[in-house]
Design a protein around this ligand. Structure first.
Ligand SMILES: O=C(O)c1ccc(O)c(O)c1
Ligand SMILES: [Mg+2]
Length: 629
């Protein structure tokens, strides 16, 4: 499978773009005319630079408003084409993309357009060049790949072929089965893009909101399956017009792009035996059975404060690492690991971010296979030296430079708690609060990182993303999207902050980066849990009276229930499946907090309650600008 990306997809100057593209592992690059026009050197030098990066120019584009022009415009477009052919030969590419005419001067008629392409084919052939025709979804006469194909067919010239772009086809909901019967040698290249479903003008949607396959909501996989069924095995080329990507890090966006193509190819290969696409082998996505542990990095002076909070939540000190200053707290199936070592990665993470939940361990069927897949998809390996007797736990770097560990039951990793730790038999200082599992891990990040991590999780694990939800913080919008599996054993909520004044934005600023901002635990009885917590001295985040008045009215709750909820500061929500109860801690350190939930068949995350939670958290946070205590 050969991969390519259009220069328009990335920010930076041409050299920065090419460097990022090469580094991400692409084989080719589409040169966008504008990137070339603002480039200071000759087309020949551009070609040399591309090849020096180990890349191939897959095509030059776009050549606009060509077919169906009346004279004298028609002659002029041919002259213009010859000029572009000169350029192409100098930079060293044999393919130009002609997108369907949008000019008001254009005349319709498939035969007229076919005749124009036949003549262009003759001219291109003289120079050993090829022309690919693409239907723009907003083309004046041609806006459907089926019509573009008919023109190419009638043009009947070996140097004239079709270019399919998933966006144009899928945005217009054109049946992808129409692709299956196109001869593969007439498909000159495949352009891929996804997009979130937004009801808006096609041109505006296309130019501003495209994203990588798998990041959006279009059925790119269906499109690609139809393409693969033709036997097409040429370049898959990303062409992503996206305002955010244009301002983002070219390296990160290029990596996401490369990952998106590998992941797409892998899905197609698994779903269709005998397809032509030559996709790199990798283990399948891992099913996550649960979050086996979350690890906090602290130092010795801050450890007691964190441990006190954890104890108050009903956790008991369960085990102590044989050689390291690491303690495991347990309750139900939950393990919280407090790492106060003054060496190793946890310690450096503490130095940079302060006390933070810097790592999580996910229980999968085959931990090493999960890591192999993650690395095949471009994740960064994480390793650190082991002490004698320690078991190597496979890991990769995750959000904010944190660590995602993989555990399984079948290898030595299944015994890690017994081999590396000594049990502690201390009597617990606090009451068990009935917490059973980790319901979800909530990670806070800058908004422009959200798609990166969404693709990271969904490509490595058997999990899907939910639609994006806007959460209104009094100081700005926070966008929230969830990655979860069907059985609910993996739930990661991601909050993307647009500015640093929101509670989420402040967390990023104060902890010097993205990371886990809160952990939600499950209980089977939120009221019993609330009582146990109160007995342990836990004071829940205080929710306003107005919230409860509104709640009662909204859901028609029994006033006795509202009263109970309010007495414990428990939030409530309901969906078509069932009910949800939430209890929050105040924030600790620079904005970290805990949540306790009881799900009665409810599937969501209480998005409607988020603004009340945020308002309450803000009352607890110290004013911005104050020095740290
Ligand atoms: O938005 C455009 O004009 C445009 C140009 C070239 C393409 O390949 C495309 O998909 C869109
Ligand atoms: Mg295109």
């Amino acid at each position: 499978m050969k991969t390519s990306i259009a220069t328009v997809s990335l920010s930076g100057d041409l050299r920065e773009k090419l460097s990022a593209i090469a580094k991400a592992g692409f084989d080719g690059v589409e040169i966008f005319e504008n990137d070339f026009l603002v480039f200071d050197e000759s087309p020949r030098q551009l070609g040399r630079m591309v090849r020096d990066f180990g890349l191939e120019i897959t095509l030059f584009q776009p050549f606009r408003d060509f077919e169906g022009m009346p004279e004298p415009l028609r002659s002029r477009t041919f002259d213009r084409a010859e000029r572009k052919f000169d350029l192409m030969q100098e930079m060293g590419t044999d393919l130009v993309l002609v997108c369907s005419n949008v000019s008001t001067a254009a005349l319709g008629g498939l035969d007229r357009a076919a005749a124009d392409f036949h003549e262009l084919g003759e001219r291109a052939a003289k120079r050993g060049l090829k022309v690919g025709y693409e239907a723009l979804a907003w083309g004046r006469h041609i806006n459907d790949h089926r019509d573009a194909w008919e023109i190419v067919r009638r043009a009947d010239h070996p140097n004239i072929g079709l270019i399919l772009d998933s966006f144009h086809t899928l945005a217009r909901k054109i049946d992808v089965n129409s692709i299956r019967s196109i001869p593969k040698e007439k498909i000159f290249i495949i352009q891929l893009a996804d997009a979130p479903k937004i009801d808006m003008d096609l041109l505006y949607w296309s130019r501003h909101f495209r994203n990588m396959p798998g990041e959006g909501e279009l059925p790119v996989q269906d499109f690609m399956t139809a393409v693969a069924e033709t036997g097409y095995d040429g370049y898959l080329s990303l062409e992503i017009f996206n305002d955010q990507f244009r301002g983002g890090s070219p390296g990160a966006i290029a990596n996401d792009g490369h990952r998106s193509l590998l992941y797409l190819g892998d899905q197609i290969r698994r779903a269709n035996a005998g397809i032509a696409l030559d996709v790199p082998e990798m283990p399948p996505r891992s099913r996550v059975e649960g979050v086996a542990f979350v690890e906090f990095a602290v130092d010795e002076t801050e450890a007691p404060a964190l441990e006190a909070v954890i104890s108050m939540l009903g956790f008991r000190r369960d085990a102590r690492h044989k050689t390291k200053n690491v303690t495991v707290f347990r309750q139900g199936d939950i393990r919280l690991v407090v790492n106060a070592e003054n060496r190793g990665f946890a310690s450096s993470s503490y130095m940079v971010h302060g006390t933070s939940a810097y790592a999580m361990g996910l229980l999968v069927e085959d931990a090493w296979a999960a890591r192999t897949r993650a690395l095949a998809l471009g994740a960064e390996a994480f390793e650190q030296p082991l002490d004698p007797g320690e078991i190597e736990m496979p890991a990769v770097r995750g959000v904010g430079g944190g660590v995602v560990y993989f555990l399984d039951r079948t290898t030595d990793l299944g015994r890690i708690w017994d081999t590396e730790f000594d049990p502690l038999d201390e009597a617990s200082e606090t009451r068990n609060a009935g917490l059973r599992t980790i319901d979800h891990v909530a990670q806070t990040m800058a908004y422009d990182e959200l798609l990166t991590w969404l693709l990271f999780y969904t490509s490595i694990f058997e999990a899907e993303k939910t639609p994006m939800v806007d959460i209104v913080d009094p100081s700005g919008l926070v966008r929230s999207q969830v990655v979860e599996n069907r059985e609910g054993s993996l739930r990661i909520t991601m909050n993307g902050a647009e500015n640093r004044n929101t509670v989420a934005g402040r967390f990023i600023a104060e902890t010097f980066g993205s990371g886990i901002q809160h952990l939600a635990f499950t209980t089977d009885d939120i009221f019993a849990t609330a009582d146990a917590l109160a007995a342990n001295g836990f004071v829940a985040l205080e929710i306003s009276q107005n919230y409860y008045d509104d709640l009662e009215a909204r859901f028609g709750l029994d006033p006795a229930l509202t009263e109970r909820l309010q007495a414990h500061n428990i939030l409530y929500d309901r969906d078509e499946h069932g009910e949800y109860f939430q209890l929050y801690s105040p924030t600790y350190q620079e904005g970290f907090f805990f949540e306790i939930v009881e799900r009665r068949s409810y599937r969501g995350y209480g998005a409607a309650n988020a603004i009340f939670r945020i308002a309450a958290l803000r009352r607890h946070l110290r004013p911005t600008g104050m020095p740290r205590a």
